[in-house]
Design a protein around this ligand. Structure first.
Ligand code: DQQ
Length: 547
Protein backbone atom coordinates (compact mmCIF):
# COMPACT_ATOMS: atom_id res chain seq x y z
CA UNK A 1 0.00 0.00 0.00
CA UNK A 2 1.67 3.15 -1.26
CA UNK A 3 -0.18 5.26 1.33
CA UNK A 4 1.87 3.68 4.08
CA UNK A 5 5.13 3.38 2.16
CA UNK A 6 6.91 6.02 4.22
CA UNK A 7 6.72 3.76 7.25
CA UNK A 8 9.30 1.42 5.76
CA UNK A 9 12.70 2.10 7.20
CA UNK A 10 15.91 2.97 5.38
CA UNK A 11 18.69 1.53 7.53
CA UNK A 12 16.96 -0.85 9.92
CA UNK A 13 16.77 -4.43 8.77
CA UNK A 14 13.34 -5.49 7.53
CA UNK A 15 12.07 -8.49 5.64
CA UNK A 16 11.02 -7.77 2.07
CA UNK A 17 7.42 -8.36 3.08
CA UNK A 18 5.24 -10.19 5.61
CA UNK A 19 5.63 -10.89 9.30
CA UNK A 20 8.98 -11.06 11.08
CA UNK A 21 9.80 -11.63 14.75
CA UNK A 22 12.83 -12.84 16.74
CA UNK A 23 16.38 -12.62 15.39
CA UNK A 24 17.81 -16.13 15.22
CA UNK A 25 21.25 -17.72 15.01
CA UNK A 26 23.34 -14.63 14.19
CA UNK A 27 26.88 -15.56 13.22
CA UNK A 28 29.88 -14.59 11.14
CA UNK A 29 31.08 -17.04 8.48
CA UNK A 30 33.62 -16.73 5.66
CA UNK A 31 33.35 -12.97 5.26
CA UNK A 32 29.61 -12.61 5.86
CA UNK A 33 27.43 -11.72 8.79
CA UNK A 34 24.34 -13.90 8.82
CA UNK A 35 21.01 -12.96 10.30
CA UNK A 36 18.15 -15.44 10.48
CA UNK A 37 14.76 -14.44 11.75
CA UNK A 38 11.32 -15.79 12.56
CA UNK A 39 9.32 -15.22 9.39
CA UNK A 40 5.89 -15.95 7.95
CA UNK A 41 6.29 -16.49 4.17
CA UNK A 42 2.50 -16.35 3.79
CA UNK A 43 1.45 -13.04 5.31
CA UNK A 44 1.94 -10.06 7.61
CA UNK A 45 0.74 -11.73 10.84
CA UNK A 46 2.45 -14.42 12.97
CA UNK A 47 2.18 -17.98 11.61
CA UNK A 48 3.82 -20.63 9.38
CA UNK A 49 7.05 -19.75 11.14
CA UNK A 50 10.16 -20.37 9.06
CA UNK A 51 13.67 -18.98 9.23
CA UNK A 52 14.15 -16.01 6.95
CA UNK A 53 17.78 -15.31 6.10
CA UNK A 54 19.95 -12.37 5.05
CA UNK A 55 23.66 -11.69 4.84
CA UNK A 56 25.80 -8.60 5.16
CA UNK A 57 29.43 -7.56 4.92
CA UNK A 58 29.05 -4.83 7.50
CA UNK A 59 25.84 -5.29 9.51
CA UNK A 60 24.32 -2.33 7.62
CA UNK A 61 23.82 -3.33 3.98
CA UNK A 62 21.96 -6.60 3.45
CA UNK A 63 21.24 -9.18 0.82
CA UNK A 64 18.03 -11.17 1.31
CA UNK A 65 18.42 -14.92 0.82
CA UNK A 66 15.88 -17.72 0.37
CA UNK A 67 14.22 -19.23 3.46
CA UNK A 68 16.86 -21.17 5.37
CA UNK A 69 14.57 -23.59 7.15
CA UNK A 70 10.88 -24.34 6.64
CA UNK A 71 8.44 -26.29 8.86
CA UNK A 72 8.76 -29.52 6.85
CA UNK A 73 9.26 -32.28 9.43
CA UNK A 74 6.87 -33.74 12.00
CA UNK A 75 8.96 -32.24 14.78
CA UNK A 76 8.75 -28.64 13.45
CA UNK A 77 5.60 -28.75 11.33
CA UNK A 78 3.96 -26.18 13.62
CA UNK A 79 6.94 -23.84 13.29
CA UNK A 80 10.72 -23.53 13.08
CA UNK A 81 11.01 -21.48 16.23
CA UNK A 82 13.90 -19.59 17.74
CA UNK A 83 17.42 -20.85 18.17
CA UNK A 84 21.10 -20.06 18.17
CA UNK A 85 24.29 -20.87 16.34
CA UNK A 86 27.43 -22.36 17.82
CA UNK A 87 30.71 -22.33 15.94
CA UNK A 88 32.91 -25.28 16.88
CA UNK A 89 36.68 -24.89 17.22
CA UNK A 90 37.13 -26.66 13.84
CA UNK A 91 34.92 -24.03 12.15
CA UNK A 92 31.81 -26.21 11.88
CA UNK A 93 28.50 -24.54 12.56
CA UNK A 94 25.82 -26.14 14.63
CA UNK A 95 22.33 -24.68 14.72
CA UNK A 96 19.96 -25.59 17.53
CA UNK A 97 16.37 -24.40 17.41
CA UNK A 98 12.97 -25.23 18.84
CA UNK A 99 10.57 -27.24 16.74
CA UNK A 100 6.89 -26.99 17.50
CA UNK A 101 5.19 -30.32 16.77
CA UNK A 102 1.70 -30.83 15.37
CA UNK A 103 0.28 -31.05 18.90
CA UNK A 104 2.22 -27.99 20.04
CA UNK A 105 4.97 -29.73 22.01
CA UNK A 106 8.34 -27.97 22.01
CA UNK A 107 11.35 -30.09 21.09
CA UNK A 108 14.93 -29.14 20.25
CA UNK A 109 16.23 -29.64 16.75
CA UNK A 110 19.73 -29.84 15.29
CA UNK A 111 20.65 -28.52 11.83
CA UNK A 112 23.95 -27.94 10.03
CA UNK A 113 24.94 -26.24 6.79
CA UNK A 114 24.35 -28.67 3.91
CA UNK A 115 27.22 -27.07 2.00
CA UNK A 116 29.84 -25.58 4.33
CA UNK A 117 31.81 -24.34 1.31
CA UNK A 118 28.99 -21.87 0.54
CA UNK A 119 29.82 -18.65 2.42
CA UNK A 120 26.15 -17.70 2.13
CA UNK A 121 25.05 -20.90 3.91
CA UNK A 122 21.96 -21.13 1.76
CA UNK A 123 21.10 -24.77 2.35
CA UNK A 124 20.57 -26.38 5.73
CA UNK A 125 20.38 -30.05 6.64
CA UNK A 126 18.27 -31.13 9.57
CA UNK A 127 19.88 -33.99 11.49
CA UNK A 128 18.63 -37.58 11.32
CA UNK A 129 18.77 -37.64 15.13
CA UNK A 130 15.98 -35.08 15.44
CA UNK A 131 14.42 -34.19 17.67
CA UNK A 132 17.51 -34.21 19.87
CA UNK A 133 15.70 -33.12 23.04
CA UNK A 134 12.22 -33.60 24.44
CA UNK A 135 10.73 -31.67 27.37
CA UNK A 136 12.11 -33.23 30.58
CA UNK A 137 9.93 -34.57 33.41
CA UNK A 138 8.35 -31.80 35.46
CA UNK A 139 8.38 -29.32 32.57
CA UNK A 140 5.25 -28.68 30.53
CA UNK A 141 5.67 -29.54 26.82
CA UNK A 142 4.84 -25.93 25.93
CA UNK A 143 7.49 -24.45 28.27
CA UNK A 144 10.71 -25.66 26.70
CA UNK A 145 12.22 -23.47 24.04
CA UNK A 146 14.89 -21.27 22.47
CA UNK A 147 18.29 -22.96 22.96
CA UNK A 148 21.27 -20.63 23.50
CA UNK A 149 24.63 -20.64 21.80
CA UNK A 150 26.53 -23.53 23.42
CA UNK A 151 29.65 -22.89 25.45
CA UNK A 152 32.71 -24.81 26.61
CA UNK A 153 34.11 -24.60 30.10
CA UNK A 154 37.89 -24.45 30.52
CA UNK A 155 39.46 -27.92 30.57
CA UNK A 156 36.17 -29.64 29.74
CA UNK A 157 35.38 -31.12 26.33
CA UNK A 158 31.62 -31.25 26.83
CA UNK A 159 29.44 -28.38 25.67
CA UNK A 160 26.78 -26.69 27.73
CA UNK A 161 23.58 -25.28 26.29
CA UNK A 162 20.79 -23.47 28.13
CA UNK A 163 17.06 -23.66 27.33
CA UNK A 164 14.37 -21.38 28.75
CA UNK A 165 11.48 -22.70 30.78
CA UNK A 166 9.34 -22.22 33.85
CA UNK A 167 8.45 -24.58 36.66
CA UNK A 168 5.05 -25.43 38.12
CA UNK A 169 5.29 -22.57 40.59
CA UNK A 170 5.85 -20.02 37.79
CA UNK A 171 9.55 -19.53 38.48
CA UNK A 172 11.31 -18.63 35.22
CA UNK A 173 14.49 -20.59 34.69
CA UNK A 174 17.22 -21.71 32.32
CA UNK A 175 17.84 -25.47 32.16
CA UNK A 176 21.38 -26.55 31.30
CA UNK A 177 22.27 -29.58 29.20
CA UNK A 178 25.64 -31.16 28.66
CA UNK A 179 26.55 -32.61 25.26
CA UNK A 180 29.63 -33.91 23.45
CA UNK A 181 28.14 -34.24 19.97
CA UNK A 182 24.95 -32.10 19.92
CA UNK A 183 22.94 -35.27 19.30
CA UNK A 184 22.83 -36.71 22.84
CA UNK A 185 22.32 -34.60 25.93
CA UNK A 186 22.30 -34.90 29.72
CA UNK A 187 20.22 -32.54 31.82
CA UNK A 188 22.25 -31.06 34.66
CA UNK A 189 20.64 -31.38 38.08
CA UNK A 190 20.30 -27.65 38.76
CA UNK A 191 19.28 -24.85 36.41
CA UNK A 192 21.75 -22.14 35.44
CA UNK A 193 19.49 -19.79 37.36
CA UNK A 194 15.82 -19.42 38.36
CA UNK A 195 13.80 -16.43 39.55
CA UNK A 196 10.50 -16.86 41.34
CA UNK A 197 7.39 -15.26 39.90
CA UNK A 198 8.92 -14.33 36.54
CA UNK A 199 7.06 -16.92 34.45
CA UNK A 200 8.26 -18.40 31.19
CA UNK A 201 11.74 -17.35 30.06
CA UNK A 202 11.90 -17.05 26.29
CA UNK A 203 15.05 -16.54 24.23
CA UNK A 204 17.52 -16.91 27.09
CA UNK A 205 20.94 -15.46 26.28
CA UNK A 206 24.07 -16.09 28.32
CA UNK A 207 27.43 -14.54 27.53
CA UNK A 208 30.64 -13.07 28.91
CA UNK A 209 31.11 -9.32 28.87
CA UNK A 210 33.90 -6.92 29.76
CA UNK A 211 34.61 -3.22 29.65
CA UNK A 212 37.37 -3.63 27.04
CA UNK A 213 36.33 -2.13 23.70
CA UNK A 214 37.93 -4.83 21.63
CA UNK A 215 37.76 -8.11 23.46
CA UNK A 216 41.08 -9.87 23.32
CA UNK A 217 39.80 -11.79 26.28
CA UNK A 218 36.53 -13.18 27.22
CA UNK A 219 33.90 -11.93 24.80
CA UNK A 220 33.68 -15.13 22.80
CA UNK A 221 31.07 -17.36 24.42
CA UNK A 222 33.57 -20.12 25.21
CA UNK A 223 36.62 -17.97 25.94
CA UNK A 224 38.44 -18.65 29.18
CA UNK A 225 37.42 -15.90 31.56
CA UNK A 226 39.94 -13.08 31.32
CA UNK A 227 40.41 -10.24 33.78
CA UNK A 228 37.31 -8.20 34.43
CA UNK A 229 35.02 -10.60 32.58
CA UNK A 230 31.51 -10.91 34.01
CA UNK A 231 28.60 -12.99 32.77
CA UNK A 232 25.29 -11.62 31.57
CA UNK A 233 22.10 -13.63 31.76
CA UNK A 234 19.12 -12.36 29.76
CA UNK A 235 15.56 -13.64 29.59
CA UNK A 236 12.62 -12.43 27.52
CA UNK A 237 9.64 -12.52 29.86
CA UNK A 238 6.64 -13.97 28.08
CA UNK A 239 4.36 -12.45 30.75
CA UNK A 240 5.38 -8.82 30.21
CA UNK A 241 7.16 -8.94 26.84
CA UNK A 242 10.39 -7.24 27.90
CA UNK A 243 14.03 -8.33 27.81
CA UNK A 244 15.62 -8.32 31.25
CA UNK A 245 19.28 -8.84 31.99
CA UNK A 246 21.51 -9.03 35.01
CA UNK A 247 25.27 -9.04 35.47
CA UNK A 248 26.76 -11.76 37.59
CA UNK A 249 29.26 -14.54 38.11
CA UNK A 250 29.31 -17.88 36.37
CA UNK A 251 30.73 -20.81 38.29
CA UNK A 252 31.91 -23.29 35.67
CA UNK A 253 32.30 -25.97 38.36
CA UNK A 254 28.63 -26.08 39.24
CA UNK A 255 27.30 -24.59 35.98
CA UNK A 256 25.39 -22.01 37.95
CA UNK A 257 25.19 -18.25 37.62
CA UNK A 258 24.60 -15.78 40.46
CA UNK A 259 23.61 -12.13 40.05
CA UNK A 260 25.87 -9.46 41.56
CA UNK A 261 22.86 -7.93 43.24
CA UNK A 262 19.80 -10.04 44.04
CA UNK A 263 17.66 -6.90 43.90
CA UNK A 264 18.38 -6.49 40.17
CA UNK A 265 18.07 -10.14 39.23
CA UNK A 266 16.84 -11.32 35.81
CA UNK A 267 13.23 -10.30 35.26
CA UNK A 268 12.98 -7.86 38.13
CA UNK A 269 15.77 -5.38 37.42
CA UNK A 270 17.36 -3.95 34.31
CA UNK A 271 16.04 -4.08 30.78
CA UNK A 272 18.01 -3.87 27.57
CA UNK A 273 15.47 -1.40 26.31
CA UNK A 274 12.48 0.30 27.93
CA UNK A 275 10.48 0.50 24.73
CA UNK A 276 9.52 -1.90 21.99
CA UNK A 277 12.31 -4.49 21.98
CA UNK A 278 11.99 -8.23 22.60
CA UNK A 279 13.37 -11.73 22.05
CA UNK A 280 16.85 -10.35 21.47
CA UNK A 281 20.05 -12.28 20.93
CA UNK A 282 23.77 -11.54 20.91
CA UNK A 283 26.63 -13.07 18.96
CA UNK A 284 30.39 -12.74 19.07
CA UNK A 285 31.87 -10.96 16.07
CA UNK A 286 35.38 -12.35 15.54
CA UNK A 287 36.30 -9.60 13.04
CA UNK A 288 35.91 -6.66 15.35
CA UNK A 289 36.11 -8.79 18.47
CA UNK A 290 32.96 -7.46 19.97
CA UNK A 291 29.61 -8.73 21.17
CA UNK A 292 26.67 -7.57 19.08
CA UNK A 293 23.01 -7.51 20.11
CA UNK A 294 19.97 -7.77 17.85
CA UNK A 295 16.39 -7.29 19.08
CA UNK A 296 12.97 -7.71 17.54
CA UNK A 297 11.09 -4.40 17.31
CA UNK A 298 7.41 -5.06 16.71
CA UNK A 299 4.71 -2.69 15.53
CA UNK A 300 2.59 -0.33 17.63
CA UNK A 301 -0.07 0.03 14.96
CA UNK A 302 -3.08 -2.20 14.38
CA UNK A 303 -3.09 -5.61 12.74
CA UNK A 304 -5.39 -4.09 10.13
CA UNK A 305 -2.68 -1.56 9.27
CA UNK A 306 -0.07 -4.33 9.04
CA UNK A 307 -2.27 -6.21 6.60
CA UNK A 308 -2.71 -3.03 4.55
CA UNK A 309 0.99 -2.32 4.40
CA UNK A 310 1.91 -5.99 3.92
CA UNK A 311 4.66 -6.22 6.49
CA UNK A 312 5.26 -6.17 10.20
CA UNK A 313 8.30 -5.62 12.43
CA UNK A 314 11.88 -4.43 12.26
CA UNK A 315 15.13 -5.54 13.78
CA UNK A 316 16.85 -3.03 16.04
CA UNK A 317 20.08 -1.46 14.94
CA UNK A 318 22.76 -4.01 15.85
CA UNK A 319 24.29 -2.79 19.11
CA UNK A 320 27.69 -3.47 20.61
CA UNK A 321 27.45 -4.55 24.23
CA UNK A 322 30.05 -3.63 26.84
CA UNK A 323 30.20 -3.57 30.59
CA UNK A 324 30.00 -0.01 31.90
CA UNK A 325 33.44 0.53 33.39
CA UNK A 326 32.29 3.58 35.33
CA UNK A 327 29.26 2.17 37.11
CA UNK A 328 30.18 -1.52 36.94
CA UNK A 329 26.49 -2.29 37.37
CA UNK A 330 24.98 -1.95 33.90
CA UNK A 331 25.74 -2.62 30.26
CA UNK A 332 26.46 -0.03 27.59
CA UNK A 333 24.68 -0.56 24.29
CA UNK A 334 25.71 1.45 21.26
CA UNK A 335 24.93 1.26 17.53
CA UNK A 336 27.68 -0.67 15.75
CA UNK A 337 30.31 1.73 14.44
CA UNK A 338 29.51 0.80 10.81
CA UNK A 339 26.27 2.79 11.08
CA UNK A 340 28.42 5.93 11.06
CA UNK A 341 29.39 5.14 7.45
CA UNK A 342 25.85 6.15 6.49
CA UNK A 343 26.39 9.67 7.79
CA UNK A 344 26.08 12.32 5.08
CA UNK A 345 25.72 16.02 5.67
CA UNK A 346 26.18 16.99 9.29
CA UNK A 347 25.07 20.09 11.16
CA UNK A 348 26.28 21.28 14.48
CA UNK A 349 24.62 23.59 17.00
CA UNK A 350 26.63 24.70 20.01
CA UNK A 351 25.76 26.40 23.26
CA UNK A 352 22.07 27.00 22.70
CA UNK A 353 20.29 28.18 25.84
CA UNK A 354 16.79 26.71 26.01
CA UNK A 355 14.57 28.77 28.31
CA UNK A 356 11.86 27.24 30.47
CA UNK A 357 8.74 26.65 28.39
CA UNK A 358 10.41 27.12 25.01
CA UNK A 359 10.78 25.20 21.77
CA UNK A 360 13.77 25.89 19.50
CA UNK A 361 13.75 24.72 15.87
CA UNK A 362 16.92 23.15 14.51
CA UNK A 363 17.51 23.75 10.86
CA UNK A 364 17.89 20.32 9.27
CA UNK A 365 17.08 19.65 5.62
CA UNK A 366 15.72 16.15 5.63
CA UNK A 367 14.70 14.82 8.99
CA UNK A 368 13.33 11.31 8.45
CA UNK A 369 16.71 9.53 8.53
CA UNK A 370 18.89 11.01 11.24
CA UNK A 371 21.69 10.27 13.62
CA UNK A 372 21.69 12.80 16.48
CA UNK A 373 24.19 13.25 19.29
CA UNK A 374 23.14 15.77 21.92
CA UNK A 375 24.83 16.93 25.11
CA UNK A 376 22.92 18.97 27.69
CA UNK A 377 24.13 20.84 30.72
CA UNK A 378 21.84 21.71 33.60
CA UNK A 379 23.04 23.88 36.43
CA UNK A 380 20.98 22.28 39.16
CA UNK A 381 22.49 24.31 41.99
CA UNK A 382 21.61 27.60 40.30
CA UNK A 383 18.06 26.52 39.59
CA UNK A 384 14.81 27.23 41.36
CA UNK A 385 14.81 23.59 42.39
CA UNK A 386 17.79 24.19 44.62
CA UNK A 387 15.50 26.33 46.73
CA UNK A 388 12.72 23.81 46.51
CA UNK A 389 14.99 21.06 47.78
CA UNK A 390 15.58 23.04 50.94
CA UNK A 391 11.89 22.59 51.59
CA UNK A 392 12.63 18.86 51.49
CA UNK A 393 10.47 17.92 48.53
CA UNK A 394 11.22 14.35 47.49
CA UNK A 395 9.83 13.97 44.00
CA UNK A 396 9.34 10.57 42.46
CA UNK A 397 8.96 10.21 38.70
CA UNK A 398 7.97 7.39 36.42
CA UNK A 399 8.13 7.94 32.66
CA UNK A 400 5.31 5.53 31.85
CA UNK A 401 2.94 6.96 34.46
CA UNK A 402 3.81 10.57 33.63
CA UNK A 403 2.15 13.08 31.33
CA UNK A 404 5.23 12.83 29.11
CA UNK A 405 6.80 15.88 27.51
CA UNK A 406 3.75 18.01 28.34
CA UNK A 407 3.92 17.43 32.10
CA UNK A 408 5.92 20.24 33.68
CA UNK A 409 8.26 19.91 36.65
CA UNK A 410 11.02 22.08 38.09
CA UNK A 411 13.88 20.28 36.36
CA UNK A 412 12.26 18.67 33.37
CA UNK A 413 11.24 17.49 30.89
CA UNK A 414 13.73 18.76 28.29
CA UNK A 415 15.27 17.25 25.20
CA UNK A 416 14.44 16.87 21.53
CA UNK A 417 11.32 16.56 19.42
CA UNK A 418 11.87 14.38 16.37
CA UNK A 419 9.58 13.38 13.51
CA UNK A 420 7.72 16.61 14.26
CA UNK A 421 5.87 18.74 11.75
CA UNK A 422 6.30 22.50 11.55
CA UNK A 423 3.11 23.15 13.52
CA UNK A 424 4.09 20.58 16.18
CA UNK A 425 0.81 18.77 15.63
CA UNK A 426 2.95 15.63 15.55
CA UNK A 427 6.10 15.08 17.58
CA UNK A 428 7.99 12.31 19.33
CA UNK A 429 9.77 13.62 22.41
CA UNK A 430 13.06 12.18 23.61
CA UNK A 431 13.72 13.74 26.97
CA UNK A 432 15.36 13.85 30.37
CA UNK A 433 13.52 14.57 33.58
CA UNK A 434 15.40 15.34 36.77
CA UNK A 435 13.45 14.60 39.93
CA UNK A 436 14.79 16.29 43.04
CA UNK A 437 15.19 13.83 45.86
CA UNK A 438 14.61 14.58 49.51
CA UNK A 439 18.40 14.61 49.90
CA UNK A 440 18.68 17.55 47.51
CA UNK A 441 20.22 15.43 44.78
CA UNK A 442 18.38 14.89 41.50
CA UNK A 443 17.79 11.48 40.00
CA UNK A 444 17.71 11.39 36.23
CA UNK A 445 15.01 9.76 34.15
CA UNK A 446 15.24 9.18 30.43
CA UNK A 447 11.97 8.88 28.53
CA UNK A 448 10.46 8.73 25.06
CA UNK A 449 6.96 10.09 24.59
CA UNK A 450 4.82 8.97 21.64
CA UNK A 451 1.54 10.50 22.91
CA UNK A 452 1.57 13.13 20.17
CA UNK A 453 3.58 11.14 17.62
CA UNK A 454 0.73 10.77 15.14
CA UNK A 455 -2.73 12.05 14.33
CA UNK A 456 -3.74 8.47 13.57
CA UNK A 457 -5.73 6.88 16.36
CA UNK A 458 -5.35 3.15 15.72
CA UNK A 459 -2.01 3.15 17.51
CA UNK A 460 -0.56 2.32 20.89
CA UNK A 461 0.98 5.61 22.05
CA UNK A 462 2.94 5.43 25.26
CA UNK A 463 5.68 7.07 27.27
CA UNK A 464 8.54 4.63 27.75
CA UNK A 465 11.62 5.04 29.87
CA UNK A 466 13.47 4.56 33.09
CA UNK A 467 16.07 5.82 35.47
CA UNK A 468 19.49 6.47 33.94
CA UNK A 469 22.66 6.53 36.04
CA UNK A 470 24.47 9.90 35.87
CA UNK A 471 27.77 10.23 37.68
CA UNK A 472 29.14 13.33 39.37
CA UNK A 473 30.09 16.06 36.91
CA UNK A 474 28.69 14.18 33.92
CA UNK A 475 26.58 16.14 31.46
CA UNK A 476 23.46 14.51 30.05
CA UNK A 477 23.92 12.96 26.65
CA UNK A 478 21.79 11.11 24.18
CA UNK A 479 22.22 9.49 20.77
CA UNK A 480 19.06 9.17 18.70
CA UNK A 481 18.52 7.22 15.50
CA UNK A 482 15.46 8.33 13.56
CA UNK A 483 14.33 6.10 10.71
CA UNK A 484 10.82 6.89 9.35
CA UNK A 485 8.75 4.84 11.80
CA UNK A 486 11.29 4.07 14.52
CA UNK A 487 13.08 6.21 17.10
CA UNK A 488 15.88 4.36 18.88
CA UNK A 489 17.68 6.23 21.66
CA UNK A 490 20.72 5.65 23.85
CA UNK A 491 21.25 7.80 26.95
CA UNK A 492 24.55 8.33 28.80
CA UNK A 493 26.58 6.30 26.32
CA UNK A 494 24.01 3.50 26.23
CA UNK A 495 23.24 2.96 29.91
CA UNK A 496 19.51 3.26 29.27
CA UNK A 497 17.96 2.65 25.85
CA UNK A 498 14.47 3.21 24.46
CA UNK A 499 12.94 2.16 21.17
CA UNK A 500 9.56 3.46 19.97
CA UNK A 501 7.58 2.80 16.83
CA UNK A 502 5.80 5.91 15.63
CA UNK A 503 3.59 6.54 12.61
CA UNK A 504 3.42 10.22 11.78
CA UNK A 505 1.02 11.30 9.07
CA UNK A 506 2.29 14.88 8.65
CA UNK A 507 5.90 14.69 9.78
CA UNK A 508 6.96 12.60 6.81
CA UNK A 509 9.33 13.11 3.90
CA UNK A 510 10.32 16.78 3.59
CA UNK A 511 7.87 17.86 6.29
CA UNK A 512 9.73 16.26 9.17
CA UNK A 513 11.52 18.64 11.55
CA UNK A 514 13.65 18.55 14.69
CA UNK A 515 13.28 20.84 17.72
CA UNK A 516 14.83 21.32 21.11
CA UNK A 517 12.40 21.81 23.94
CA UNK A 518 12.49 22.63 27.59
CA UNK A 519 9.33 22.20 29.58
CA UNK A 520 10.97 22.56 32.97
CA UNK A 521 9.70 25.49 35.00
CA UNK A 522 12.76 26.02 37.13
CA UNK A 523 15.82 25.79 34.95
CA UNK A 524 17.37 26.95 31.70
CA UNK A 525 18.97 24.06 29.87
CA UNK A 526 22.14 24.53 27.84
CA UNK A 527 22.38 22.39 24.74
CA UNK A 528 26.18 22.28 24.83
CA UNK A 529 26.47 20.50 21.53
CA UNK A 530 23.97 19.04 19.10
CA UNK A 531 25.29 17.14 16.11
CA UNK A 532 22.81 15.97 13.50
CA UNK A 533 23.69 13.88 10.49
CA UNK A 534 21.37 12.89 7.70
CA UNK A 535 21.79 9.17 7.22
CA UNK A 536 21.96 7.54 3.85
CA UNK A 537 19.73 4.57 3.08
CA UNK A 538 21.33 1.17 3.40
CA UNK A 539 21.19 -1.21 0.46
CA UNK A 540 18.86 -3.99 1.48
CA UNK A 541 18.58 -5.96 -1.69
CA UNK A 542 16.45 -8.80 -3.02
CA UNK A 543 18.03 -12.13 -3.84
CA UNK A 544 18.67 -12.93 -7.48
CA UNK A 545 18.80 -16.61 -8.21
CA UNK A 546 21.57 -16.15 -10.73
CA UNK A 547 24.06 -15.28 -7.97
N1 DQQ B 1 9.09 -16.48 19.42
C1 DQQ B 1 9.36 -17.81 18.93
C2 DQQ B 1 9.60 -18.65 20.14
C3 DQQ B 1 10.01 -17.64 21.16
C4 DQQ B 1 9.13 -16.49 20.87
C5 DQQ B 1 8.21 -18.26 18.08
C6 DQQ B 1 9.62 -15.20 21.40
O1 DQQ B 1 10.61 -19.62 19.91
O2 DQQ B 1 9.88 -18.14 22.47
O3 DQQ B 1 8.04 -17.40 16.97
O4 DQQ B 1 9.13 -14.10 20.71
Amino acid sequence: NAMLAWQRTAFHFQSEKNWMNDPNGPLYYKGWYHLFYQWNPEGPVWGNISWGHAVSRDLVHWLHLPVAMAPDHWYDVNGVWSGSATQLPDGRIVMLYTGSTADGAQVQVLAEPADPSDPLLRRWAKSGSNPVLLPPPGIAPTDFRDPTTAWLNPGNSAWRVAIGSKNRDRAGLALVYRTEDFARYDLLPAPLHAVEGTGMWECVDFFPVSAAESGDVGLETSAPPGPGVRHVLKASLDDDRHDYYAIGTYDAGSDRWTPDDAAVDVGIGLRYDYGKFYASKTFYDPVRRRRVLWGWVGESDSERADILKGWSSLQSIPRTVLLDRKTGSNLLQWPVVEVENLRMRGKRFDGLAVQPGSVVPLDVDKATQLDIEAVFHVDVDASAAATASVAGAGESYNCSASAGAAGRGLLGPFGLLVLADEALSEQTAVYFYLAMGADGRPSTHFCQDAFRSSRANDLVKAVYGSFVPVLDREDLSVRILVDHSIVESFAQGGRTCITSRVYPTKAIYDSARVFLFNNATGVTVTAKSIKIWELNSAYIRPYLNSL
